[in-house]
Design a protein around this ligand. Structure first.
Ligand code: KIV
Length: 275
């Protein structure tokens, strides 16, 4: 049975932590399916898959293409797709139409959008239309220019109060869950205790109801930069590099492909008649 919004609700109520990772393609989704509770097709694909410096250039069509491939790889794991920059900020109607496209064309189970009070009308309209919404507070990467960089949010009393109020507001508007990104652990824990919907932390410490990481980060696929909240659970980048080098060497020294990896004629002598 596929996980649903109810699975998330029950896990919060029972105290079982919710595990989520980002994912952007079918093959990786197949490997994750059934091994974690939820997948987010994050607009972080702008960085990880498309090589942009931030998430701003990502379009709704990009999210449908990548998101659909992930959905097709999942039988059990719950799939949420991110709404990219400027796909919901213009109006409630714009947000509803694009959330509808993600549900109809990519066939995800929920959408995610960034922001607190200012996007509550969008959250309410989507929820009323039967589209589950995951909210996202704290460091919201689509606002990187307004923040002046990727900075921890909610460190002062005033900033913490606004964040807590935003968390209440998105819950009130109908969000089924909320991501807390780069928020001090004490504040994220307080929000998690106060809300009835599950909080999913990324750089929010251990008191959140669940955790999410970008999968290339946790697999150790890049080591140019490691945010403080990232833990490497494997060294896949090193293993991939080793395999690429081994393949390169095998092609050049002609040990690949060997006989076992080649096709053969039924009657090799028949080739002589082709001359
Ligand atoms: O786009 C993304 O990957 C995200 C997660 C980091 C929460 O929003």
């Amino acid at each position: 049975m596929k996980n649903t919004v109810l699975t998330f609700k029950e896990m919060k109520e029972s105290g079982e932590k919710i595990s989520m990772l980002t994912c952007y393609d079918y093959s990786t989704a197949r490997l994750m399916d059934g091994n974690i509770d939820g997948i987010l097709v994050g607009d972080s694909l702008g960085n990880t898959m498309m090589g942009y410096g931030d998430t701003l250039p990502v379009t709704i069509d990009d999210m449908i293409t990548y998101g659909g491939s992930v959905v097709r790889g999942c039988q059990k794991t719950f799939v949420v797709i991110d709404m990219p920059f400027m796909s919901y900020q213009l109006s409630v109607e714009q947000g509803l139409e694009n959330a509808g496209r993600l549900m109809k064309e990519a066939r995800c189970q929920a959408v995610k959008l960034e922001g607190g009070a200012r996007v509550c009308p969008q959250i309410k309209a989507m929820t009323d239309a039967g589209i589950p919404v995951m909210a996202h507070l704290g460091l919201t990467p689509q606002s990187v220019n307004a923040f002046g960089g990727n900075k921890v949010q909610g460190k002062s009393e005033e900033a913490a109060r606004i964040l807590l109020e935003d968390a209440y507001k998105v819950q009130e508007a109908g969000a089924f869950s909320v991501v807390l990104e780069c928020v001090p652990e004490q504040l994220a824990t307080l929000i998690s205790e106060k809300l009835t919907i599950p909080t999913i932390g990324i750089g929010g410490g251990n008191g959140c109801d669940g955790q999410i990481l970008v999968y290339q980060d946790m697999l150790g696929m890049f080591d140019d930069f490691k945010p403080k909240f990232v833990q490497h659970f494997a060294k896949i980048g090193e293993e991939m590099t080793r395999a690429f080098q081994a393949y390169n060497a095998a092609v050049k020294d002609k040990s690949f492909p060997d006989d076992d990896h080649s096709f053969h004629m039924k009657d090799p002598d028949s080739l002589k008649r082709l001359y």
